[in-house]
Ligand binder design. Structure first.
Ligand SMILES: Cc1cc2nc3c(=O)[nH]c(=O)nc-3n(C[C@H](O)[C@H](O)[C@H](O)COP(=O)(O)O)c2cc1C
Length: 428
């Protein structure tokens, strides 16, 4: 790929980012020392760890995180009960000044959370006065120990509007509203944020969840002095939820605001999926907790190579490209049917496809015990493709469309002899 250059920069709320990759607000963006390292690695900006005004003393529960391992796969998710910054406002603002002085082209987004109208305005102004390029209003932490804060604000539309309006009046820099995924429809609170003057929406914060119960002590993790709690889940486990909310927001014409997507991004492919669904920038925490700041190098390289291969010059040209084909399920053409297709020359004869087809699909496979190969009875195949999900050989089983007059065989009815015993009241 050497030689060809692509433009990874994006304009987000009239601010230029050298690439779409940002640190999200969390322990990975907790001090200038850390953020400087991340900037050196290639991140274009930071949503800094949510500031506290010092009015309330923040103490983090201990321990504050727990890993969600699944089988041999480590950290498919992360559980946390961390609060907003426990550092003083002064120390954090001095860090902003340091970062702006030493990295003038990198973008500082100050994440803030107030506990009153005045406090939102105060934190906003203090951030702007000390070098923040943008603000992110944290309406979404799902486990604040202080009553009435965090995602409870994110579920109260009038408060979202009021606090956004307050902040907008206090500053002239762009304002993002960071939304909670712990609701059904995010477009509604996002529209209230827009009403209050928000320039962009960031989503998602962590999803309320429980990912582990101790089997010896029957207590959810992390266990804090004997107590468990429903807390924030992040990482790859929540990526489908993040993508779904970004798509909902991007498709909402009435909203029409730029988006900063996050939730489970670890690779350039994850990031690209968020861009394709309408995010202009993407933010990362758990991927960095797992692998370190240098994952951004692979993100930059992977996205650049993808663009060179497809002759796409600007990353901006990828934003929202998956939206036109994203429709409601009632738009599916049900006349279009297909079956699984097997490239048996590459089959290793493990038989996993047979088990899955027998136990969860159409009973469409027979086993040739001499050849040690599956044989597909096409008209029994449900085209669910679960056989391809368990097949260890990539691409061996693919989807094959069938002609329009093709008929799937009906499933056998086992209880035919029992018709006399059937109890079925007339449907009115
Ligand atoms: C330990 C931890 C602390 C976090 N603290 C904050 C915070 O102070 N403010 C905030 O807006 N989001 C906070 N988040 C949420 C992240 O910014 C991010 O929205 C979420 O983790 C989803 O992204 P990920 O899957 O890349 O981690 C925190 C997440 C974690 C894991």
């Amino acid at each position: 790929m050497a030689g060809k250059k692509v433009d990874l920069s994006v304009d987000f709320c009239v601010i230029k980012f050298e690439n779409p990759f940002l640190l999200s607000s969390s322990p990975v963006s907790n001090s200038a020392e850390m953020v400087a390292k991340a900037f050196e690695a290639g991140w274009s900006g930071v949503a800094y760890k949510t500031l506290n005004s010092d009015r309330v003393r923040i103490v983090h529960p201990s321990p504050r995180m727990n890993p969600y391992h699944y089988g041999s796969k480590r950290l498919v998710g992360l559980q946390n009960v961390e609060q907003i910054s426990d550092r003083s406002l002064k120390d954090n603002l001095l860090d902003f000044l340091y970062l702006k002085k030493n990295y003038p082209d990198k973008i500082i987004i100050s994440s803030i959370m107030g506990f009153s109208n005045e406090e939102w305005a105060y934190l906003a102004k203090a951030s702007e006065d000390n070098g923040a390029d943008m603000l992110e209003l944290n309406f979404s932490c799902p486990h604040m120990t202080i009553e009435g804060s965090g995602h409870k604000v994110g579920q109260a539309n009038h408060l979202i509007e009021k606090f956004t309006e307050t902040v907008k009046k206090a500053v002239s820099i762009p304002v993002l509203a960071k939304m909670t995924p712990n609701i059904t429809d995010m477009t509604e609170p996002a529209l209230f944020a827009k009403q209050g003057g928000a320039d962009a929406i960031a989503a998602i914060n962590t999803v309320r969840g429980i990912s582990q119960i101790g089997l010896d002590d029957w207590t959810a993790r992390p266990k804090v002095a004997g107590i468990g709690a429903i807390s924030g889940t992040s990482g790859p486990a929540v990526k489908p939820i993040g993508l779904r909310f970004i798509a909902d927001l991007a498709k909402c014409e009435q909203l029409g605001l730029p988006l900063s997507g996050q939730g489970g991004i670890e690779t350039w492919i994850d990031a690209l999926e968020y861009l394709l669904l309408g995010s202009t920038t993407v933010q990362v925490t758990t991927g960095i907790i797992h692998y370190g700041y240098r994952i951004v190098e692979e993100m930059i390289e992977g996205l650049s190579d993808y663009m060179v291969e497809r002759d796409i010059e600007r990353v901006a040209d990828l934003i929202g490209k998956a939206l036109p084909t994203l429709q409601d399920t009632d738009k599916f053409d049900l006349e279009s049917q297909g079956v699984a297709s097997y490239d048996l020359d590459r089959c290793v004869g493990c038989g996993q496809c047979l088990i899955v087809c027998n136990d969860s699909a159409g009973q469409a496979l027979e086993w040739d015990s001499q050849l040690r190969r599956p044989r597909l009875i096409e008209d029994k195949c449900l085209s669910c493709m679960v056989c391809s999900f368990v097949c260890p050989v990539s691409g061996l089983i693919s989807y094959k469309p069938q002609p329009s007059d093709w008929q799937r065989r009906e499933t056998a009815v086992m209880g035919e002899q029992l018709e006399a015993e059937l109890k079925l009241a007339a449907f009115k």
